[in-house]
Write a protein that binds this ligand. Structure first.
Ligand code: BV8
Length: 239
């Protein structure tokens, strides 16, 4: 692993176009539960069963309780070495984009600016009826209402079965196809369309690197698979 890590470090040092994709594993060392890890369950509900429009329609109070619980939990979490290393990498590489599946806001808090929160954010809410949408860091009531039209607000995230925000996919695909190096960090590579990004990068000639303590279903496609925690590996790769 050390030899592979040194090779990736050297490649990063000379690269002008890097794209990094992150998943819940990057925030694990900040104390944020991952989606599919042992700590990923909430009251015996799988997140995939609650992070869906039909669940919200049927049980808005339960879904809001899930999100208010996550907002409260994440409010007490701080960025970790992985978040800071990626913010530093952005400063070192002329053309850099960080695409995150995470909704916890920790990349932005660590200083990442060239950042695409492709699944939205826990800290954004929007109206189920009108165009009202806002950043909201304060605790919310069990069923928050829109201050404009009085209808129910929803979390400003992309649920399973919902399309990404128009334009997000176009920008991310455009950057991925130009990348010299593509890093996939802390993701189980199960959720689409993000899970298809590494192959897209590879098809367009990028050197692909996976950073994860465990193997994933697509580990075999990567040029380098660095088995370790994101905070530890990224702190060695980016100095
Ligand atoms: C879409 C926001 C098309 C919400 C999330 C039927 C109908 C429509 C679509 C589908 C369908 N069937 C399947 C699909 C596609 C679906 C999908 O992929 N489903 C999966 C379950 C099969 N995708 C979608 O629905 C997407 N939209 O396809 O639109 C469309 C077009 C037109 C019209 C309609 C539809 C939207 C998907 C977005 C879902 N929203 N989040 C919320 O967060 O509440 S996704 C959710 O999963 C989180 O964002 C999370 O980040 C993401 C992915 O999980 P991971 O990040 O990988 O986390 P996980 O826990 O799985 O893994 C953690 C990893 O970290 C592990 O590998 C672990 O080993 C590692 N790790 C642990 N510790 C560390 C570590 N790594 C490094 N360091 C450590 N210390």
């Amino acid at each position: 692993m050390q030899a592979e890590l040194e090779m990736v470090k050297a490649l990063l040092g000379g690269s002008k176009r890097v794209v990094a994709l992150t998943g819940a594993g990057v925030s694990a060392e900040s104390g944020v539960p991952t989606f599919r890890g042992r700590d990923g369950l909430w009251r015996n509900h799988r997140p995939e069963d609650l992070a869906r429009p039909d669940a919200f329609k049927a049980h808005p109070e339960l879904v809001w309780e899930f999100y208010n619980w996550r907002r409260e939990l994440v409010a007490g979490c701080k960025p970790n070495a992985a978040h800071y290393a990626l913010a530093e990498l952005e400063r070192q590489v002329p053309n850099f984009l960080l695409i995150t599946q995470n909704v916890d806001g920790l990349h932005a808090e660590a200083g990442s600016v060239k950042l695409m929160e492709m699944h939205g954010s826990l800290w954004r809410v929007r109206c189920t009826k009108c165009t009202h949408a806002r950043e909201e860091r304060d605790p919310l009531p069990p069923l928050p209402e829109c201050p404009v039209c009085g209808h129910l607000l929803r979390p400003g995230v992309v649920w399973f079965g919902e399309p990404l925000v128009p334009g997000v996919l176009k920008v991310t695909i455009d950057q991925i196809t130009k990348a010299e190096i593509f890093l996939s960090i802390g993701t189980s590579s199960l959720v689409q369309p993000a899970a298809s990004f590494p192959q897209l990068a590879k098809d367009h000639g990028a050197v692909t690197v996976e950073i994860n303590p465990d193997p994933t279903p697509i580990s075999g496609l990567f040029d380098f698979a660095l088995h370790g925690k994101a905070g530890e590996v990224l702190s060695e790769l980016i100095t």
